[in-house]
Design a protein around this ligand. Structure first.
Ligand SMILES: Nc1ncnc2c1ncn2[C@@H]1O[C@H](COP(=O)(O)OP(=O)(O)O)[C@@H](O)[C@H]1O
Ligand SMILES: N[C@@H](CCOP(=O)(O)O)C(=O)O
Length: 317
């Protein structure tokens, strides 16, 4: 009997300078896995089982789980293109904390769609699947944004186009950048963290946003890493969201003093990240964040790099 497992990595939404349009996948340098997994196999009726360290924080009923909603949405899209589906048993290993700023819902959504697409012999191409993933992410967070689902699915650092094809573009990666990331352990709802943002931005902010993004993309392509890092500043969300994050200003001050190239909120927080040009610097910042930024026993930190590969799927061995 066919049984498959999909693994979908955590991701940094926005990467400070690209609100809703820039995202990056994450892989701890110690080789550990940081992301949700979805197993799928044939069954007489649909079922979803949830396991893993953060399963107890999920909604109690399977119908409210985003993975169940992905299954129903996938079946409806299959019907629209004249293809049939059969019932499946799915198991979600919920390894990412909810409301963490690590693209937790995106990780479940991407793992679910990749598992379903592979199980039913790849009926949908990358852009179609990404559009479906964005739709489900929008249902859960209150607005469609691809900056978690895209890097989680395709890997690397990705820039959203606003078009249906291609949905996303992959940017060059800086091989010697290390990301010190720390989840404080508290939960910040993405929908709530979007609600506190102003609905309009002023002209000066719009010009800064556009200039930063343009310079960043140029600098990555030109291999001018310092220039790229110099524009990693959030003028859209951080001024409003940092008040939700105890210890944020101190964490930034310490990271800058240790030589971090940039520091910011991952997604809607509370996870923060510091970009460093050496693993040693990132380890020193992680040690500080472990001691001073983490608020409770759910918190953790890692030194990560951005992996070229996103979600993987294969037989369960
Ligand atoms: N598989 C799932 N993974 C994460 N959240 C889920 C899942 N299924 C349902 N949810 C619900 O979706 C919402 C996700 O909240 P959100 O703040 O967007 O999380 P995140 O920023 O971590 O993706 C929560 O209310 C959570 O209970
Ligand atoms: N661009 C979104 C990203 C949300 O990421 P999450 O990991 O907090 O879900 C936003 O900033 O609202």
């Amino acid at each position: 009997m066919k049984a498959l497992r999909a693994y979908a990595p955590a991701s940094i939404g926005n990467v400070s300078l690209g609100f809703d349009v820039l995202g990056a996948a994450l892989a701890p340098v110690d080789g550990s896995r940081l992301g949700d997994e979805v197993d799928i196999e044939s069954a007489d009726t649909f079922s979803l089982n949830t396991v893993g360290p953060f399963a107890h924080k999920l909604p109690g009923d399977a119908d409210s789980n985003i993975v169940t909603q992905c299954y129903h949405y996938f079946c409806a899209q299959m019907e629209k293109v004249g293809k049939t589906t059969t019932p499946v048993a799915m198991t979600l290993s919920k390894n990412l904390p909810i409301g963490s700023g690590l693209g937790s819902s995106a990780s479940s959504i991407v793992a679910a769609f990749v598992a379903l697409n592979a199980f039913f012999d790849y009926p949908f191409d990358e852009d179609t699947l990404l559009t479906m993933m964005g739709e489900l992410e929008g249902q859960i967070s209150g607005s469609i944004h691809y900056d978690n689902v895209a890097p989680c699915y395709v890997g690397g650092m990705t820039l959203m186009t606003g078009a249906t094809s291609p949905v996303t573009l992959s940017l060059p990666l800086v091989k010697d950048w290390y990301y010190a990331i720390c989840y404080s352990g508290i939960s910040v709802s993405t929908a709530a963290a979007r609600d506190i943002l102003p609905k309009q931005v002023d002209m000066a902010t719009a010009l800064t946003f556009g200039r930063q993004l343009g310079v960043f993309v140029h600098a990555l392509h030109a291999g001018e890493n310092e220039l790229a890092a110099s524009v990693m500043k959030d003028v859209i969300a951080e001024p409003y969201r940092k008040q939700l994050l105890p210890g944020f200003d101190d964490a930034r001050a310490f990271s800058e003093q240790e030589g971090a190239l940039a520091f910011g909120i991952s997604g809607s927080g509370p996870t923060v990240f510091a970009v460093c040009d050496s693993e040693e610097k990132a380890q020193r910042i992680v040690a500080y964040l472990d001691e001073h930024y983490i608020q409770n026993e759910d918190g953790f930190s890692h030194v990560c790099q951005i992996p070229e590969q996103g979600t993987t799927v294969g037989p369960i061995t």
